[in-house]
Each structure stands twice: as structure tokens, then as C-alpha cells.
Design a protein around this ligand. Structure first.
Ligand SMILES: [Zn+2]
Length: 364
């Protein structure tokens, strides 16, 4: 590549594309991959802004749990998401839940692996089906408590469920009565102390930024590999750039592609281990859309995020000069070259066999 100044595709500022780290297609927290190509036409300012979305993706979605299970470490905390318990930009960290009296309540993980402990909390449900769980502390004020309830429940409240240690019960009841003075209290049987086995759940709550990070991944992947010498600042990408930089209508760009559907593009070779599969399609199989399918953390068998089909832009049919084109890469995890406590692997190119889309082929 010639040494010259390029412009940031998001803001137009000058960037020296030969310098700087560039943007990792797969977030750094998910590992370092040999042979990866980074996206360089982005300035430092736009990069750190877009990184806020990546932070939400890395901390709040099912991916956070998978990375934890795979032995990854958060960059900012060596203790991982469970102990960090940090959300990001309005979204919460994944919350473990267990059933108590037919309601799902939040629990804390404990030092003993696989065990959780109940925490004092109120679970408020409203007529619109919203459920808000608020952690209770004896020293909290009524205003603090009600403000947190209101953040998740705007409709008429149907039920308030409190689970707490006996010693603070009257204190919490007093706090709730400042808003609901006439509420009818029903005492449920006390739970005996001790340990028991339960089937838990994980609750994920993500915001728009999570999806902006997914779309960014698809967009930068397309741009680093497209044969159409697309740079990213072309007018067909106006909408997607705007969405990545400042948000908008998620559904316009993102659809969860059913796993079977993505088999319209079948990569060759045997699938082993855990990998991210990215397949870009400029062939107009999906209408006039340029799409990228993201199959993230395939093969983990733990939690399976959907295969995302990202619709990046519509073709300008007049200007298509190159033949239809489909390509893909696999970011494969491996343990051969990595240091302790860090994730990584390598990138391999996939050759994509195009099959008629009506032909159903089982996945592996
Ligand atoms: Zn910029």
C-alpha cells in the first residue's frame, strides 16, 4: 500500500492508514488471531467512540459468558465479568437468576464454583409485562428505591415480590409503603438456610450499542476483503456508517438468520473446535443487499448466539463491474501459540460452495 494520507470513513479526518493499530474485526477481548487483517481507515476519535459499542457487546451479551467459560480475561479486570459485574452504557452485565416461589430472582455468584447466593431484592411486575429487579440495601432511601423501580416499570404495578433476610423485612416494607401505603402483604413461607440444587437462568439485557458493534464487525470485515475496491465512504454506505457512529433503527440492518438458512453458503472443510465464521455475499442472493453473516462462537456448545445476517447496503446496479462474489473466513480458536490466560487462534480463508438456496443441508 502506498504511503499516503487517507480519510476516516466516518468523519473524513485525515488518518495515516499505515500507522496505528487499526480496528480489530473480532474484538480484542475475544482473542488475538494470527493472519487477521485490521481495518485502518478510521481515526482515533471515531475508533474510541465505536469502542464504546464494542464494550457493550463484550460485557453484556451471551458472548461475555462464553468468553468467560473459555478462559478469557477482561482487559480491565483479571477476574472476569462475574466478579466485575459491570454493565456498559446503559446495559447490564449478564444476570444469573434462580426461581423462588415461581419468580425469577437475581443471585450473586460466590467464591465456591457453581454456587450462588440469594440477595435482598424486590421484583416488580407491571401490567405491560415489564419486570424490574432491584437490589435492596437497608440503608437505601425510598427515593433511591422508587427511582430504580421506575427505570424498568412504567405501567400500572401488578405485583411486588420481596425476597430478603428476615432482619430487614420491616425496613424494606416501610420503604415500599411510601409509594404503596395500602398494599396488601402476603407472607410466604420462609426458606430454610442451606444449600440446594436449582436450575438457573442467565438474563441478558443489551441496548442498541450491542447491535451497532455487530454491524460494525460486519462492515469492517467487508471492507478489508471486498474485491470491488470499496473504501467505505461511498454513498451506498451512508446509512450503515451513520448507524454505527450514532445509532438508529436496528432492524433495518440486522436479522437473525436461522442456522439452516445460512447453509446457502457452505464452507468447505471439516469444522472442528470453536470459531467465528464470517461470510460476505455480494452475489445478490439476498435481493440487492450486500450481506455479511456472522456466526459467532460456533462450536462452543455452551450458549449459542444467533447467526446474524447484516444487511450493509443495497447495490448500485449500474456500477457493478465485478462478477458476483461470495467469500468467508473462519477465526479459529487454538491453543498452540497462546500465552496463559489469553485467548487466540488463527484466521483461515474459507472456500464457499454455492448451493441453491432451496436445498436444505443439515449443519455439519
Ligand atoms: Zn473519524
Amino acid at each position: 500500500m502506498a504511503e499516503k494520507t487517507e480519510s476516516c470513513i466516518y468523519c473524513g479526518a485525515d488518518v495515516d492508514a499505515s500507522r496505528g493499530e487499526g480496528d480489530h474485526i473480532i474484538p480484542e477481548n475475544w482473542g488475538n488471531f494470527r493472519n487477521d487483517i485490521r481495518f485502518h481507515r478510521i481515526c482515533t476519535g471515531c475508533h474510541s467512540e465505536i469502542d464504546k459499542s464494542t464494550e457493550q457487546l463484550v460485557r453484556c451479551g451471551p458472548e461475555a459468558v462464553i468468553v468467560e467459560q473459555m478462559g478469557g480475561r477482561s482487559r480491565r479486570s483479571r477476574r472476569g465479568w462475574r466478579s466485575a459485574k459491570k454493565g456498559s452504557h446503559g446495559a447490564s452485565a449478564p444476570k444469573p437468576l434462580v426461581p423462588v416461589e415461581d419468580r425469577w430472582v437475581t443471585v450473586e455468584t460466590t467464591a465456591l464454583p457453581g454456587t450462588v447466593a440469594l440477595v435482598d431484592q424486590v421484583v416488580v411486575g407491571d401490567e405491560e409485562g415489564n419486570v424490574q429487579r432491584v437490589r435492596l440495601y437497608p440503608q437505601m432511601s425510598a427515593d433511591q428505591l422508587l427511582h430504580r423501580i421506575d427505570k424498568g416499570c412504567r405501567g400500572k404495578v401488578l405485583e411486588i415480590f420481596v425476597t430478603c433476610s428476615e432482619e430487614h423485612w420491616t425496613r424494606y416494607l416501610d420503604l415500599l409503603r411510601t409509594r404503596w401505603p395500602n398494599m396488601k402483604v402476603e407472607d410466604l413461607p420462609s426458606t430454610e438456610g442451606g444449600m440446594r440444587g436449582v436450575l438457573g437462568r442467565l438474563l441478558f439485557e443489551v441496548g442498541e450499542r450491542y447491535f451497532r458493534a455487530i454491524v460494525k464487525m460486519a462492515f469492517h470485515y467487508l471492507l478489508t476483503h471486498s474485491r470491488r475496491s470499496l473504501v467505505g465512504n461511498e454513498p451506498i454506505f451512508d446509512d450503515v456508517r451513520k448507524f454505527i457512529a450514532s445509532g438508529g433503527e436496528v432492524n433495518r440492518f440486522l436479522a437473525a438468520a436461522p442456522k439452516q438458512q445460512s447453509n446457502a453458503n457452505i464452507p468447505s472443510g471439516r469444522s472442528t473446535g470453536v470459531y467465528h465464521r464470517l461470510v460476505a455475499d455480494e452475489s445478490r442472493l439476498h435481493g440487492d443487499w450486500i450481506t455479511v453473516d456472522l456466526d459467532l462462537f460456533a462450536g462452543t456448545g455452551l450458549l449459542v448466539p444467533p447467526v446474524y445476517r447484516v444487511r450493509l447496503a443495497r447495490f448500485d446496479r449500474q456500477r457493478v463491474l465485478v462478477p458476483d462474489y461470495v467469500w468467508g473466513h473462519r477465526y479459529l480458536y487454538g491453543r498452540d501459540e497462546q500465552g496463559r490466560g489469553s485467548l487466540g487462534g488463527w484466521v483461515e480463508q474459507l472456500s464457499i460452495a454455492r448451493l441453491p438456496s432451496r436445498l436444505w443441508v443439515p449443519r455439519r
